[in-house]
Design a protein around this ligand. Structure first.
Ligand code: MN
Length: 309
């Protein structure tokens, strides 16, 4: 996923309210990724830049692919972050500058660690005429590892459990006695929640974590608050548990983590600590330095927007 939009606002974590113990309802922003794929951007949000180390959250689809090409994101760079891709429906082909070529299917997870720099492309396949529906998240890398070597991991299997008719998949971190294999660098968690029938779900929370709950499909009720698609519920630190009322077919994504202690700057596809780093990375991408090429894709390379910081 790439931030393709002309308005390239700098997201600076110090401009935002600090992590708190409160609940807060955030609205996602609609945007188009290419000609057909609508995304709802939940993070960064004007009211909240990050939840733990999670610094970006796009919900895309559901989009039927009979008459369009779905996701077509050409080669673009990343640094200072990890991308986490999770599908509910469809398939996406990932290619990167480490020569990885991986189709991701629902129930699997792609984790790309950008470190000091990586390039990737993501596309729907021409023979895929089903639905495309999923989420892409970014994790800010802590300062100690953010300049490290890039890497890519595909996790074909993740811990799954069913409780009171709700199927949950652990995408990252530890929860409910399980530990995800996902190679992350700060204390975080991510959980896919799928109601098979009407259910009341009680989930234990880590009081040191702040959380976000995003509705991917259907709706949910948290205490007196009704949550719909297009809403991200922030749950601040200090809570022991979360009680959700779920109708059949509700699908949610729970993310959480220890409030990220470092101030980060997010601009375009880069997570940094200073404007100078962003200028440098942008110029290096434009002059074909630092970021290696992706082979095998016919999609055009995405130009960096002008840096106006
Ligand atoms: Mn990307």
């Amino acid at each position: 996923m790439s931030d393709l939009y002309p308005q390239q606002q700098l997201s600076d974590s110090k401009d935002c309210p600090p992590p708190s113990a409160h609940y807060q309802i955030l609205k996602t922003r609609d945007a188009m990724l290419g000609e057909h794929l609508q995304i709802r951007r939940a993070l960064p949000n004007r009211q909240r830049r990050m939840i733990g180390a999670w610094c970006f959250l796009d919900h895309f689809g559901p989009l039927p692919l009979q008459n369009n090409q779905g996701m077509q994101v050409g080669p673009h760079p990343h640094m200072g972050l990890q991308t986490v891709t999770w599908l509910i429906a469809g398939k996406i082909l990932h290619r990167d500058s480490l020569q990885n070529e991986q189709i991701i299917l629902p129930g699997q997870l792609n984790l790309m660690t950008a470190g000091h720099g990586i390039t990737h492309a993501e596309e729907s396949l021409a023979d895929d005429k089903g639905m495309l529906h999923g989420a892409q998240l970014w994790l800010a890398l802590p300062d100690a590892v953010r300049q490290g070597e890039p890497a890519f991991n595909h996790y074909a299997e993740l811990p799954m459990f069913t409780k009171k008719g709700v199927t949950m998949t652990l995408l990252a971190g530890a929860m409910l006695g399980a530990q995800a294999p996902t190679n992350v660098y700060s204390p975080v968690v991510a959980l896919d929640i799928q109601a098979n029938n009407q259910a009341v779900l009680e989930l234990p929370l880590n009081p040191q974590f702040e959380y976000g709950l995003l509705v991917l499909q259907g709706r949910a009720q948290l205490a007196q608050t009704a949550l719909d698609v297009g809403m991200l519920m922030y749950v601040g630190y200090g809570h022991q548990e979360l009680s959700l009322q779920l109708p059949p077919d509700a699908r949610l994504l729970l993310i959480g983590g220890e409030p990220f202690a470092e101030e980060v700057l997010i601009w375009w596809n880069f997570v940094a600590r200073s404007k100078a780093e962003i200028y440098e990375a942008s110029q290096q991408w434009q002059s074909l330095q630092r970021f290696k090429e992706v082979s095998g894709t016919r999609l055009p390379r995405i130009a960096a927007p002008p840096v106006t910081l």
